[in-house]
Design a binder for this molecule. Structure first.
Ligand code: GLC
Ligand code: CA
Length: 510
């Protein structure tokens, strides 16, 4: 069972280099996050996920960790991070760090040691074949880079050698079983890193590529699952309040391994992107919330969602996201009005929602050259737009020193401008999150049921909710049993036989 504090949690994802620069060097930092905690509170978020903020050569924006126990100097010090935990806790905000257990940077001291020709205690910390001439069949590997005679396996980019948790079935002499002491040592090293930060006040971890521990023949993830269950045992025993959210994209599996939450992720096949980003991999944009979607159909999302919801109901939570640091921002294809409806939906669903910084004001996806291994993801990682001043309030540095440029558009949305506008996206986000916090029926645990697919009507506990993303008015014949609208976007009229939803509207009936 997931930690109790998640029932009412709403997460805010922070890309630290782009959030707020407190010392004017052009790059966001940890003290900058601490300074902005009140803004996050006033938004209605009460938990953070901070992307990797550890020492790194930054060839994959910090997902290539060189020292798991040291805050990257560009973001501050370990003391700054502990002060962030402490200040956040006083304001009722929990903080998750990003744990990267599948690989390290090629500059990590463990890897440097394992590259040596002579024997070292780290010989098996990574996956090496036994000869420079032998590759690791079925896996990505690198040869010719080290003194050691062997090739090593990669987990993502070339700069990210795969940590060795062993193999489910050992077919080659260089493949170790998962219960080999050196593979267990890798798992224990990860636990040690988790303990290090939990002891210093962090509340848990978002786990990067959580399915990637045991490589190759672990298709059903049985071996990887066993490792996570072992890690969960430690948490249950020593840190019962600590939570783990997986980057797995398979909530039934991830939750059965002891994760509290897993994201509904990844592409158009399993349905999540059909809500907001249907154009990825498709010719036509049929995103559910797009007013002009030619073939709108909530089923493409619900078919997977309902099944996962049923399977995970008493085990933990499915996390819906506005987007993240790897995807296009929803503003890429949706208008403000469409975004209001989309967020109203995401934040009234069961589970624990995640809002990516800047999506609350509808920040654009920018066309930017790649930065630190971001490639097409870079456009979703530009600096937060706080106000109308220099660098849109992100930093006092010269614009050419910024980590990434700010949105140059004249109408670039900012927090300051939207604070003043009662009709802004920011105000809508605040009122929905406020509503979510004030009604238990809208929180993580309360029951969900689909009442009608088209128009889309659903139930949360005793509440009835409906959304009409289209440009046509629609009539819904459902007995409201005297319920009245307590929250609306657009016009909603109740009648004796049900209610009418005007074009692009949303309502909550109580
Ligand atoms: C995850 C991260 C992504 C990173 C990759 C490798 O997918 O979200 O940003 O590049 O893992 O660590
Ligand atoms: Ca800075």
């Amino acid at each position: 069972m997931a930690a109790g504090w998640l029932k009412n949690a709403v997460f805010y994802e922070i890309y630290p280099q782009s959030f707020y620069d407190s010392n004017g060097d052009g790059i966001g930092d940890i003290p900058g996050i601490t300074e902005k905690l009140d803004a996050i509170c006033s938004l209605g978020c009460n938990a953070l996920w901070i992307n990797p903020c550890f020492d790194s050569p930054f060839k994959d924006a910090g997902y290539d960790v060189r020292d798991y126990k040291k805050v990257a100097p560009r973001y501050g010090t370990n003391e700054d991070l502990m002060l962030l935990f402490h200040t956040a806790h006083k304001k009722g905000i929990r903080v998750l760090l990003d744990l990267v257990p599948g690989h390290t940077s090629e500059e990590h001291p463990w890897f440097r040691e394992s590259c040596k020709a002579e024997k070292t205690p780290y010989d098996n910390r990574y996956i090496w074949t036994d000869n420079w001439f032998r590759g690791a069949t079925g896996l990505n590997y690198v040869g010719g880079e080290a003194e050691r005679s062997g090739t090593y396996v990669l987990n993502f980019f070339k700069c990210q050698p795969a940590l060795n948790y062993g193999f489910l079935r050992t077919q080659e002499p260089w493949q170790l079983p998962c219960d080999h002491p050196d593979c267990i040592a890798t798992r224990e090293a990860m636990k040690d890193i988790m303990r290090f930060w939990l002891d210093r006040g962090c509340d848990g971890f978002r786990v990067d590529m959580a399915a990637s521990l045991v490589k190759f023949d672990d298709e059903k993830n049985t071996a990887t699952s066993a490792i996570w269950r072992n890690i969960r045992e430690m948490l249950d025993r020593d840190y019962p309040e600590a939570v783990l959210v997986a980057e797995w994209g398979d909530p039934p599996l991830a939750l059965s391994c002891g994760f509290d939450m897993d994201f509904y992720l990844n592409g158009w096949k399993n349905g999540y992107s059909t809500l907001l980003r249907d154009y990825e991999g498709q010719e036509e944009d049929n995103s559910f919330f797009r007013a002009k979607a030619p073939a709108r159909n909530i089923r493409r999302f619900l078919d997977t969602y309902e099944e996962w919801y049923r399977l995970t109901r008493d085990k933990g939570y499915i996390s819906l996201i506005t987007c993240n640091h790897d995807t296009l921002r929803p503003r890429y294809s949706l208008t403000y009005r469409e975004l209001k409806l989309a967020y109203a939906y995401l934040f009234t669903m069961p589970g624990v929602p995640f809002l990516y910084y800047g999506d609350e004001i509808g920040m654009r996806y920018l066309n930017l050259p790649t930065k630190e291994g971001g490639y097409s993801r870079t456009g979703s990682r530009s600096p937060m737009q706080w106000g109308n001043g220099k660098n849109l309030g992100f930093s006092t540095a010269d614009p050419e020193l910024l980590y990434l440029p700010v949105d140059p558009a004249e109408d670039a949305p900012t927090v300051q401008a939207q604070e003043k506008d009662p009709d802004s996206l920011l105000q809508t986000v605040k009122s929905i999150l406020h509503l979510r916090h004030s009604l238990e029926d809208l929180q993580a645990d309360s029951e969900y049921e689909t009442l009608c697919d088209s128009p889309y009507v659903y139930r949360r506990g005793q509440l009835i909710l409906a959304v009409n993303p289209s440009l046509e008015e629609t009539e819904v014949k459902i007995d409201l049993n005297g319920r009245q609208p307590i929250f609306r976007i657009g016009t909603v009229l109740t009648s004796s036989s049900g209610f009418r939803l005007e074009a692009q509207s949303f309502a909550v009936f109580q």
